[in-house]
Structure formats: structure tokens, C-alpha cells
Design a protein around this ligand. Sequence first.
Ligand code: NAD
Length: 272
Amino acid sequence: MAGDSAGEGTVSQDTRNLEEGIVGLAAVLADAERLVVFTGAGISTESGIPDFRSPGGIWNRYKPVDYQTFLSSDEGKREYWRRGRNTYAVIREARPNPAHLALVELERLGKLELLITQNIDGLHTLAGSSSERTIELHGTAHRVYCMTCGATETRDAISARLDAGEAIPACRVCGGTLRAATIAFGEAMPREPLRRAIEAARACDLFLIIGSSLVVNPAAQLPRIAAEAGAYIAILNQTPTPLDGLAQLLLRGAAGEIMARVMPEVRARLAE
Ligand code: NAD
């Protein structure tokens, strides 16, 4: 069982205990046989993409337009593309940080069963995580599709049209409504990726959460499913979450900085 070498109830919440937490996380990662990692906006803040709920996060400034508002009016669509233009400009410039790279390495080491992300920034893919073992639960900001005919375009192509002054870009094939390949607020999640995520959470022996406030579903639901099925739960997050009580290992700090220190320890343990 993944948790044995770290010891039940290891909690590392301050700098004094940080070293212990890093060693503990490396130990459970090295021991894990079926690792599932769940990531949120916090894994990408060190890459320059603000999260939603931290102080100074983008919740208020760039809160995406909800699905009904987008569908129901031209004003909603205009606002959707205006806000999307701002957020995509930030996403396009971002590069993976050591936490994204650590997950690529864990996959290459044969450790990773599944990487489930809420992020739409594509940084796991850019870092090198495989599409077979990565689920982007909320879709990707890098693609746009037509709601009428299904034609797809890159977000870069649409960005260029927005930059050239189009307020509501229409499909070049059929004139239909374009939208980003992301799940909008108030929109149902696609069933199959969610089913696969739930199944993986149920079957894993280590469920590692990195950079999520764990307040909305399915973020709030997946760790519970894993815990109920007996998995060891580790949370690496800068601030407390409502699910901290589920975790045997709790690490407070910056994901990139911490994973950069965890991975040499994982390598050393695997080489033993
Ligand atoms: P959230 O904003 O609700 O929570 C992020 C959490 O990460 C916070 O608890 C914060 O303390 C923590 N955090 C911030 N920086 C960190 C760091 N360097 N290391 C470790 N932890 C750090 O994010 P969420 O739970 O993912 O929910 C937000 C929703 O918004 C998601 O659905 C996501 O799709 C979307 N979103 C995505 C992006 C992105 O793609 N990068 C960015 C913002 C929001």
C-alpha cells in the first residue's frame, strides 16, 4: 500500500515540517502502484496563469461568462470573446513549471495511472504528459469549434480574428456559432471523461491533489471517492481546503518548488 512508508497522519503545514512532508510524498510516490493525480489552477500559477480563488486571483476580473448568458444573446457572446481574449493571451504565453514536468516524469517512470486536470491551459500536454493518460475535465482553451457543424479551428486563428476587430467570430464553414472547447460555467460536464475519472479514483492506491481549492464538483467529489475506496490521499496546496481532513499527507506550499524537491528523492528511492 502506498501509504506505508510515509506513516499515517503525516501532516506538514509549516516550514519546520516541510522537509518531512517532501520525504513523505516522495515515499508514497515511490511505493504507489496505481497513482492518480488531480490538478487545478494552482499548479499553473508558477507558470504565470492566475488561479481563481487565491487573493489576487482572476475570479472577479475575468470570471468567464456563464453558458446561458453566452447562448442567449449577442451581448453575452461579445462579452464571452472579450473575456476569453484576455485569458487566452495569458495562457498562450505560459510554459510548464517543475510540477507539470514532475508529472511527466512520473508517467515515464510507469507510476502514473491517470492525470485528471481541471485546467484548460494545456500545460500538461505541452510539458509532455500523454493524451492517453490525461483527462482535461474542463476541456482546452487551445481549440475552438462550431456548435452547428462541428468544424474546429485553433484558438490562435480565432485570436487573430479577434485582434483584427471581429467581436463575435462566426464559423468560416457554415456561419454558425463558435465557442471554445472548454466547459462553460453552468454547463454539464461530458459524461465519458468524468466516468473514467471516477473509475480511476475508485481503483487507485494513491490520490494526489495539486493546486485545487476542492470547492466545486467534481473536484470536491473525486478525493472522497478515492478515500472511501481506501486510497491514500495527499494534498499539495498553498491554502487549506475543505477536504484536508481526508488527507494522510498535507503539504502547504508552491507546487513547482515542492515537486522540484520531491522528484530527486523519488528517483533515489526507485534506484535503491
Ligand atoms: P482555484 O482557483 O479554486 O484554487 C486554486 C488553489 O490552488 C487555491 O486553493 C490556491 O491556494 C492553490 N494554489 C495557488 N497557487 C499554488 C501553487 N503555486 N502551488 C500550490 N497551490 C497553489 O482552482 P481550481 O480548484 O482549479 O478551480 C478553478 C476552476 O477554474 C477550475 O475549474 C479550472 O478549470 C478553472 N481555471 C483554470 C485555470 C487554468 O487552466 N490554469 C486558471 C484559472 C481557473
